[in-house]
Design a protein. Structure first.
Length: 762
């Protein structure tokens, strides 16, 4: 076959473009950008801060290499993370050089890796026409591997093993190198052997998954050094976009290819590395100068996006991170509002405050398209969606589904619909085998045939089938379990509080356990969304009222308007920018997220802070940070403390404001809830209002910084050795105290680090 990396006669036909006029594209650059474009010899790291013109530098540098004749297009390698970025880069370069460019190697890591692999497939046991399988095929193949090894797929899900294998491949680990990995506990330590069997099966099928596209490249480079030298000689210049997002395999691949001419330019921002959960290693960019001796580091610090106050707040916040190379953003833009830091009473007040401000801006002529609400966790969107629908504010959820459209929420609502309306065939069919109960396609077909023949609902047909011999084994037992459960839940639905009913249904059906056992990246978020749904049910008098509300919400969701406010997660906002940005939920445990801290410690805290930095720097003209004194979580009112990130925002660039409700009522009657609270559980939180108010204003009490000793937590100061109770983890003993953080050995959950406001004396 022809060599996809063959230069052919392109160079002879076209030759290098004349140098005349090349200064035109350089004139548009500031001095730092120009330095990054013209530093063509040797390794270069361009630290490009948010809004500093990263894409302009990368595309202009590539155009400059081609335009000056330093290399032919086919002698350059430019890798990106998305096809969209690659297309945009190609269009910009061709605009700069004034002609169509062919024969170059510009694309995603996986696209370039696949082209190389097809050229040398036989070195890793494949044929050049190998198939690239998708996630569904990967799961199906792993299920076959588990079955062949007599492993219970219910206990050890194929999706979990797929995730483990993907992480190994992201780290450049073949089965022989994965020994001793922390992920080896799957199936009682058989994960590595299963990984090996999976790879062997892929070779037999002449197939590769996405992780293989780079992993096989690393294998063939090691197996045949001449292949590696071929590409090292071929690529005179290598450019890498978003280097801070690279994983270990991508890092090793790039590093090997760059050992030839050593003309490698990596563009990225260590302060925007926020994807560790999907394999990104911020250490790749931090060690660039060590990996490439004599490397030049050029910092792009002039920001063309945000006001001085926004940049000042973001820069001082991120400066609390130790694992960074360091830079300070600045702008010539004068004026602008300070970053608003706003304390509110609860989540409902937070959504109301944001919607009121958006409406005010809208009346002043502000486009809704230029407004964004950026949340740390997807479950936070519900309160804002409910409020926006209530007041008729058009909105869209970017990068995800609306709350009531999410799979786990639709499943949970289907259970509730089946309880409220036994004739709801769509709801019954959705949940009858979720989680799996052995009721497969054939059993469902039998059920549907009987229902149509008798002219009855599916649930009525199911009652007949479980008393007959039409269904046998697991299908019959599973269907009987569903019917019994629905009957039992329906009998208590009128007397049991709605949140308790939903929680009971999700637990007794096994639905919650299904997601607890799932080891995919999405599973923890789905569990959080289910908890948020249970909290939302507190607002409704009964099941019928809630289901009617959902129907109205889904009906309103169909609107398709041009001007709509944007709602998305902070992770999804990277690369975007808006005139006005709202950043709600800045409370300890929510942001920084407690699960991330528990799993990743200091490294996770620094990534959470980088996420806060990304959020702030999405704003052009104004940014507003919000935190609540209390949240309704899982049907329980939980008091909260402002995030440490709130405290780290510099006074010179922020304006602090508190909207905590009726302070006068609270001061006159200690323990009273604020006006309109309407919940008997809130007085316990309301006792702290005067301290909370003063905290929001100046973060001190009588000139003394607030600490665990001065902040009234009700039970008082906790001491080592004391027995305590935690709503989630149960009873335990305090092993260590550090400020308001407690290290507790729980009787059943083991050793955990928690915030003291979440525990009470036992």
């Amino acid at each position: 076959m022809s060599d996809p990396f063959d230069l052919g006669g392109f160079e002879e036909a076209c030759g290098p473009a004349p140098l005349a006029g090349s200064a035109r594209y350089l004139e548009a650059l500031n001095p730092d950008q120009a330095a990054a474009v013209e530093a063509l010899d040797g390794p270069v790291l361009v630290l490009a801060g948010a809004g500093t013109g990263k894409t302009r530098v990368l595309t202009t540098r590539l155009a400059h290499i081609i335009q000056t004749g330093r290399a032919m297009p086919g002698e350059t390698l430019t890798v990106t993370f998305t096809n969209k970025a690659a297309r945009e880069m190609k269009a910009r370069v061709e605009s700069l050089v004034g002609r169509s460019v062919e024969g170059w190697h510009l694309g995603t890591f996986h696209a370039i890796g696949a082209r190389m692999l097809r050229r040398h497939a036989e070195l890793v046991g494949l044929k050049s026409n190998f198939t690239i399988i998708d996630t569904d095929d990967q799961i199906r193949l792993i299920k076959q591997i588990l079955s062949a090894d007599n492993i219970d797929e219910k206990k050890w899900p194929a999706r979990t093993l797929a995730g483990i294998i993907d992480r190994w491949k992201d780290r450049g680990l073949t089965p022989d190198k994965a020994e001793g990995s922390v992920n080896g506990e799957f199936a009682n330590g058989r994960a590595v052997a299963l990984y090996g069997a999976y790879q062997e099966r892929l070779v037999t099928l002449n197939a590769a998954d996405f992780g293989d596209l780079l992993l096989h490249n690393l294998v063939l480079f090691a197996a045949d050094p001449e292949v590696l030298r071929h590409y090292q000689r071929r690529f005179k210049y290598i450019l890498v976009d978003e280097y801070q997002d690279s994983n270990v395999a991508q890092y090793l691949w790039i590093r090997l290819l760059a050992q030839g001419h050593r003309n490698i330019c990596c563009v990225g921002d260590d302060d925007q590395s926020i994807y560790a959960w999907r394999g990104a290693e911020v250490g790749n960019i931090l060690r660039f100068e060590t990996d490439f001796a004599g490397a030049r580091v050029i910092r792009l610090e002039r920001n063309y996006r945000s006001t001085a106050h926004i940049l000042g707040a973001a820069s001082e916040l991120i400066d609390h991170n130790e694992g960074r190379l360091g830079k300070s953003l600045w702008t010539n833009t004068q004026g602008g509002d300070k970053v608003m830091v706003r304390g509110v009473w609860d989540g409902e007040a937070e959504a109301r405050a944001v919607s009121d401000e958006i409406e005010r801006l809208r009346r002043a002529g502000h486009a809704l398209n230029e407004v964004a609400v950026l949340v740390r966790a997807s479950h936070q969107t519900r309160a804002f969606e409910e409020r926006f629908i209530q007041i008729g504010l058009p909105y869209r959820v970017i990068g995800g589904l609306r709350f009531y459209e999410r799979l786990e929420i639709r499943d949970a609502i289907a259970y509730l619909r089946a309880i409220a309306q036994p004739d709801d065939d769509l709801a019954f069919e959705r949940i009858v085998n979720k989680p799996k109960r052995g009721i497969g396609a054939a059993s469902l077909q039998t059920l549907n045939l009987l229902a149509r023949a008798r002219g009855m609902p599916l649930i009525a047909a199911a009652r007949i089938l479980i008393e007959s011999d039409e269904l046998r084994g697991r299908a019959r037992a599973g269907l009987g379990t569903v019917i019994d459960n629905l009957d039992r839940w329906r009998s208590v639905a009128q007397t049991m509080p709605l949140p308790r009913l939903a929680e009971t249904v999700l637990e007794e059906s096994g639905y919650t356990d299904m997601w607890r056992a799932d080891r995919s990246v999405e599973a923890p978020g789905r569990l959080e969304n289910l908890k948020e749904l249970i909290s939302a049910l507190e607002e409704f008098a009964g099941l019928d009222t809630f289901l009617e509300h959902v129907s109205l919400v889904m009906d309103n969701a169909g609107a398709n308007l041009d001007d709509m406010a944007n709602v998305m997660t902070l992770h999804g906002a990277k690369g975007l920018e808006f005139d006005t940005v709202f950043l709600p939920g800045w409370e300890d445990g929510l942001f920084p997220h407690q699960r991330a801290l528990d799993e990743g410690g200091v490294k996770a805290l620094e990534e959470e802070r980088r996420l806060a930095y990304v959020g702030l720097t999405r704003a052009r003209r104004r940014a507003q940070v919000l935190y609540a004194a209390s949240r309704l979580l899982h049907g329980q009112w939980v008091s909260a403390l402002p995030s440490r990130f709130v405290q780290e925002l510099p006074e010179a660039h922020v304006e602090r404001r508190a909207d905590m409700g009726s302070y006068e009522a609270g001061l006159a009657e200690p323990g009273a809830a604020p006006a309109g609270a309407g919940d008997s559980e809130r007085p316990r939180i309301g006792r702290r209002r005067s301290l909370w108010h003063r905290y929001a204003e100046n973060r001190t009490i009588d000139s003394t910084p607030i600490s665990v000793e001065t902040y009234d937590h009700g039970p008082g100061t906790f001491e080592v050795g004391a027995r305590v109770f935690h709503q989630k983890f149960g009873y335990g003993r305090i092993e260590a105290v550090s400020g308001n953080k407690l290290e507790i050995a729980f009787d059943k959950a083991g050793l955990k680090k928690v915030v003291d406001s979440f525990v009470a004396p036992a």
